[in-house]
Design a protein around this ligand. Structure first.
Ligand SMILES: *Cc1c(COP(=O)(O)O)cnc(C)c1O
Length: 380
């Protein structure tokens, strides 16, 4: 039986307190980009990550956070920035806005994230040529941490700063610690499809509170102190509103529950499809807690249905699914960029499929996805 309501990949899931905080904003008329919800949201976010108050800046999007973060690291015209090829375009669009260029690095199989061995090769080679990149962007894909020890070791050896793009990885841990706390700058997203949402929003996190204040200054049009509008630097209109920060506060309260549920959904897919050799869940690297923000499968198409056949079957059954991110080195937008490796990311893209993973996915809905998948692979 095909459900009337389409089963989507990842949708918002509100808790009990979001509306309370939003109503408070209305009742007190804090309906702009200042107010108690923003201050509390930033403070509570710092608490969650185990950081001092003042280390977080709430913004209108994760992309805005990456833009400000790269500027904090000094990225500017003519610079090179290294980033994984397997990511969402928002990780690297701000590199171009700052007049810099991205060199793309392939994934490793164990985590699907940036391959630390390839990164070391590139940094060693650049050091020999005397032209080190300005920064390295590390992405924690689909809720799984990159191998941070290896990546930070080689970056520290060459003195190149890291930006952690943790847009998909709120709640993710590396060796027991939350990701997004180790780099000089890290960024998060509260877009509507992420593990928690403010309908749209982001957070910049930095241990150096002076850096956070600098980004705060840029995010509000870089207005110099004083009553007149006096400017010496370029700024942006990037702040989150106090209304949406209220949604964020409520969502932080239920984050652990959302992580638990997303993991449960992923492991249910894994177990329910375990007898189909052509299907496997994205690996769960031993060094971290993978939130499985999205449940991602690899399809081994040899002789049987391939990834696209499965997407079509699910679509016919009113289920949304999508390929894994199309790697940046395969995007026409980046046809002139340099890439190191790329075959692993291309393979993951060709065979990877993201299944419905919302934390409010019902058991019946997941059963329908599982039944449809099993049927396509000729299993009962
Ligand atoms: C969602 C996402 C972003 C961008 O966040 P927005 O809040 O949508 O601007 C950046 N990087 C990655 C890897 C993402 O998945």
């Amino acid at each position: 039986m095909i459900p009337k309501k389409r089963i989507l990949m990842s949708v918002p899931h509100m808790g009990a307190q979001e509306e309370v905080f939003v109503r408070e904003a209305f009742a007190t008329n804090w309906l702009s980009t200042v107010g108690p919800n923003i201050d509390a949201f930033e403070k509570e976010f710092c608490d969650l990550l185990g950081l001092e108050p003042g280390c977080a800046l709430a913004l209108g999007s994760g992309t805005a956070a990456i833009h400000l973060g790269l500027r904090l690291l000094g990225v500017g015209p003519g610079d090179e920035v290294l980033a994984p090829t397997l990511t969402f375009v928002a990780s690297v669009n701000p590199v171009g806005w700052l007049g810099a260029r991205t060199t793309f690095i392939d994934s490793e199989r164990a985590s699907w994230n940036m391959d630390p061995a390839l990164l070391a090769q590139v940094l060693d080679a650049r050091a020999r040529e005397g032209r080190l990149p300005r920064a390295v962007i590390v992405v924690h894909l689909y809720g799984q941490s990159a191998d941070l020890d290896a990546i930070f070791e080689v970056c520290a050896r060459h003195g190149v700063p890291v930006l952690e793009d943790a847009a998909e990885a709120l709640g993710t841990q590396y060796k027991g610690k939350p990701v997004g706390t180790r780099a000089p700058v890290s960024t998060f997203s509260f877009n509507g499809n992420k593990i928690i949402t403010t309908t749209g929003g982001g957070m910049l996190v930095a241990r150096d509170r002076a850096a956070v204040e600098k980004a705060r200054f840029w995010s509000t049009q870089a207005r110099n102190p004083g009553i007149a509008y006096d400017h010496t630097e370029v700024g942006y209109n990037y702040r989150l509103s106090n209304v949406l920060a209220g949604i964020g506060r409520g969502q932080l309260m239920v984050l652990e529950d959302r992580v638990r549920r997303r993991r449960e959904i992923a492991f249910r897919y894994r177990d329910a499809l375990a007898d189909i050799p052509a299907l496997s869940l994205m690996p769960q690297a031993s060094f971290g807690r993978h939130t499985n923000w999205l449940s991602v499968l690899l399809v081994d198409g040899a002789g049987g249905p391939d990834r696209d056949a499965l997407i079509r079957a699910l679509n016919d059954a009113n289920v949304e699914s999508r390929p894994v991110w199309k790697p940046m080195h395969l995007q026409p937008l980046f046809r002139d960029s340099e890439t190191v490796g790329g075959d692993v990311a291309a393979d993951l893209f060709a065979r990877g499929i993201c299944l419905p993973s919302s934390s409010n996915l019902t058991e019946d809905e997941q059963n329908h996805v599982i039944r449809t998948t099993r049927a396509r692979f000729g299993a009962q």
